[in-house]
Design a protein around this ligand. Structure first.
Ligand code: 4NP
Length: 159
């Protein structure tokens, strides 16, 4: 089993969207038994809450259901239990690298490293912006999900 954890600040906008989009892609590829997917926030403000309604609505319009997700905070065991910890922005990445045990068995990176064609290195935080931000999140996260699945297939010799 390959374990992937998406990480943002609040775990109510970007990383739940990444979890939903990547889960849908993996299930459609028939790889649901080979890849386990979760998300977490570096902060604790929204723990226990469902994803932001705007994120849910934007995802639902693309056939992706985020409603069952609940926010949780990143914990120490995540660095042991997950093979890939993928940050939405540089600040999340810095937090991950600071909190990681040494040596750290997991791969820690920016999620958009898997979407080199977008011109973005970070998924912009849509929380305080207008509704368009959530469409941008979906676009970027979809492209990175396709890139991530392709690389996991190659690296781990998945069908
Ligand atoms: P997320 O967005 O990190 O993509 O879940 C945010 C959610 C909440 C806050 C900031 C960003 N906040 O400040 O409460």
């Amino acid at each position: 089993m390959i374990r992937v954890l998406f990480v943002c600040l609040g775990n109510i906008c970007r990383s739940p969207t990444a979890e939903g989009v990547f889960t849908t892609l993996v299930q459609r590829a028939g790889l649901g038994d080979a890849i386990a997917i979760d998300s977490a926030g570096t902060g604790a403000w929204h723990v226990g809450k469902a994803p932001d309604q705007r994120a849910q609505d934007a995802a639902r319009a693309r056939g992706i259901d985020l409603s069952v997700q609940r926010a949780r905070q990143l914990q120490k065991s995540d660095f042991i239990e997950f093979d890939y910890l993928l940050a939405m922005d540089e600040s999340n990445l810095t937090e991950l690298l600071q909190r990681a045990p040494a040596p750290c068995p997991s791969a820690i990176a920016l999620f958009l490293d898997y979407a080199p064609g977008t011109g973005y290195r970070e998924v912009p935080d849509p929380y305080y912006g207008d509704g368009d931000g959530f469409e941008t999140v979906l676009d970027l996260v979809t492209e990175a999900s396709v890139g991530l699945l392709k690389q996991l297939r190659e690296r781990h010799k998945l069908p």
